[in-house]
Design a protein around this ligand. Sequence first.
Ligand code: KG4
Ligand code: ZN
Length: 369
Amino acid sequence: MKVLGIESSCDETAAAVVADGHILLGNVVASSMDLQAQYGGVVPEIAARSHIEAINGVVDRALTEAGCGWDDIDAIAVTYGAGLGGSLLIGVLAARTLAIVHDKPLYAINHVEAHVYANFLTRTTLPGYILPDTQPVFPMLALIVSGGHSQLVLFRGHFDYTLLGQTHDDAIGEAFDKVAKILGLPYPGGPSVERRAKEGNPYAYDLPKAKLTHISPALAALRGQTSPAHGYDFSFSGLKTAVLRLAQAITGHDHSFPSKNLPEALSEAQKSDLAATFNRIATETVVDKTVLAYDEFRPASVVIAGGVAASPELRQQLKDRLPAPIAYTDPKLCTDNGAMVAALGCFHVKNGSQPINPYRMPIKPNLSM
Ligand code: KG4
Ligand code: ZN
């Protein structure tokens, strides 16, 4: 069974073909990141226009790479939320059109859920990927860390999960992107902070970790009577502001000093130390909660997903602190791609999920898990 997956929720136009939920046959990602980098972040109009230009070619290349004609494709899966409205529209319109023209069942995919399913890919015919040997098993704890989301989710099975906690403000990837701006490092912030952090001292400064005690009704219901006092929510906006205040203070300025002038005021060594300290603390924030959730729920497997899951610091901290080893997917499959969408699409087909009417398919920019 082969599924074509289409992804366009942010600035990547992506398509992939996955067989049986675990074999990656074709995977093409075109990004408007270079255009976006000139503006220091994603400009929705530029992203949408780039999707229009790229989408047909990307789908064709994914099919060619997979050695598939339309007769070989059993279903189409497409991200319909969460994401930027204009960006989602292009992928969804393309998928609807292809489903109608080629008479294929169409599945609506939740982008955040799809990130988790990148971890279900265990084989590929493509060069240059390092994949886990086996698929994760349930119950599965998923740490989802991207530019738009920071969540801990406990999966009992496919499509059967509880959201243990999530961010109250910025996502962790967003915090990386904003701190990169403060330090004058290029977009996207995750990789550039990571690179810079290698040159700095991760213990150079003190930065605060948010301590949230909120417990969601879903978590309370899952726990029943025996409730530990802690929850699994995150907050990153305070940490980002702490970096800003620290950068102002160490350059001899007060809080009114404009952040756009900080890259010039900071020395190269200060930038490296700030990057390294932020990288350590932001990562510890999510690792602390993952370890607590592991201790409470004793899952059979743990996966990490989303763009920040590409981070070597995150992978190292989890290796050092979790009692069980994690099988990581290739970093290329952590950032947005069509393979994760196609993989989840395969499980919709296997599960007997209802395909969506291609004539009436909506987009849902604010979709949550
Ligand atoms: O999953 P993704 O591609 O898009 C969203 O769904 O948001 O994640 C993008 C985010 C960006 O914030 C980027 O800075 C971050 O992932 N990111 C990283 C790394 N690579 C990408 N963060 C930390 N370390 C990395 N190596
Ligand atoms: Zn994403």
